[in-house]
Design a protein around this ligand. Structure first.
Ligand code: F6P
Length: 322
């Protein structure tokens, strides 16, 4: 093996820069050439690449986002796009491709592996929605950003004795919402995995908490549930309690990565190069039982999500109604 390539793909995540740094530095130490591909699979298809040296990745770990840029590449979902990506990898003679991203990015990598390219996936997404691994780079920073924002919202919610609905990211996965809700002492959390809560149930929860002495309320809603403004308006209309909605959105995808994201990102990047040198093929890097490991990338994509029911219950168990 002489030459490896790295790309970051899909939604960016704080800590991706630590992954890039670790892959580049570890590979250069092993006398491998490293190519950085810009804008994920888009850059692979168009040949938008840069040769990376050890000093190409100096001073990047402090920064959110990804120095290699990222994109959601529609073309990669087509047979023609996939073939072009594979051909480009051959033209540039990559012996292996390291893909940092979520499920969609891993699916692209798996398809490239079926054509014959050796791929290594590193989980990078704020959502913590890849069931094969206990950790995805970016999650900790996103939760901390959400929690800090909710703390600020809490101050004004308290002063005005209001209800605040705070919407956090997570289209199909409620992990960010549940962690933010527990960390912020929210009254209630609404997540896409459990869709049985109606606005009436939330109102009942708010009123029960108020009857027990609470003068303001925080409800965390995951993006996959959405309709936060509608919910706030309904609460105000039915209860007469002043209510506001705040959608945090992409705020949670940015900012300096937390220590946890930098450390996991560095370790996973380093580990990816180690297993490549050991001759591994088509693997997904993971955290399992608190340790770094790897699994066949196809198998990784087949794992079934397990909903964290106890984290979900904890929000209510710790609210005043509990
Ligand atoms: O996958 C990360 C994520 O931030 C999700 O939480 C969110 O649903 C999605 O990406 C938003 O994607 P985009 O930045 O393309 O709008």
């Amino acid at each position: 093996m002489k030459k490896i390539a790295i790309l970051t793909s899909g939604g960016d995540a704080p800590g991706m820069n630590s992954v890039i740094r670790a892959v580049v530095r570890s590979a250069v130490k092993e006398n491998l050439q490293v190519t950085g591909i810009r804008r994920g699979y888009e850059g692979l298809i168009s040949g938008d690449i840069e040769e990376m040296r050890a000093d190409s990745v100096s001073d990047i770990s402090d920064h959110g986002g990804t120095m290699l840029l990222s994109a959601r590449c529609e073309e990669m979902r087509t047979e023609q796009g996939l073939k072009r990506a594979y051909e480009m990898a051959k033209i540039f003679s990559f012996d292996a491709l390291v893909v940092v991203g979520g499920d969609g990015s891993f699916t692209g990598a798996k398809k490239l592996s079926e054509l014959g390219l050796n791929v290594i996936g590193i989980p990078g997404t704020i959502d913590l929605d890849m069931p094969y691994t206990e950790y995805t780079v970016g999650f900790d920073t996103a939760v901390n950003t959400g929690m800090e924002a909710i703390s600020k919202i809490r101050d004004t919610t308290f002063s005005h004795e209001r209800v605040s609905i705070v919407e956090v990211m997570g289209r199909n996965c409620g992990a960010i919402a549940m962690w933010c809700a527990v960390a912020s002492g929210a009254d209630e959390v609404l997540v896409p995995e459990v869709r049985d809560k109606k606005p009436e149930d939330v109102i009942k929860q708010i009123l029960t908490n108020r009857a027990k002495g609470k003068k303001h309320n925080l409800i965390v809603v995951a993006e996959g549930i959405g309709k936060s403004q509608e919910l706030a308006s309904k609460i105000e209309e039915i209860t007469g309690i002043s209510s506001r909605a705040t959608i945090l959105g992409h705020l949670q995808r940015g900012g300096a990565p937390s220590a946890v994201d930098r450390i996991h990102g560095s370790a996973m990047g380093n580990f990816a190069v180690e297993i490549l040198i050991a001759g591994e093929k088509n693997r997904a890097i993971m955290v399992k039982d608190g340790k770094y490991g790897h699994m066949d990338i196809e198998q990784a994509l087949e794992q079934t999500p397990v909903f964290d029911q106890s984290m979900y219950n904890r929000v209510r168990n710790l609210s005043l109604t509990g």
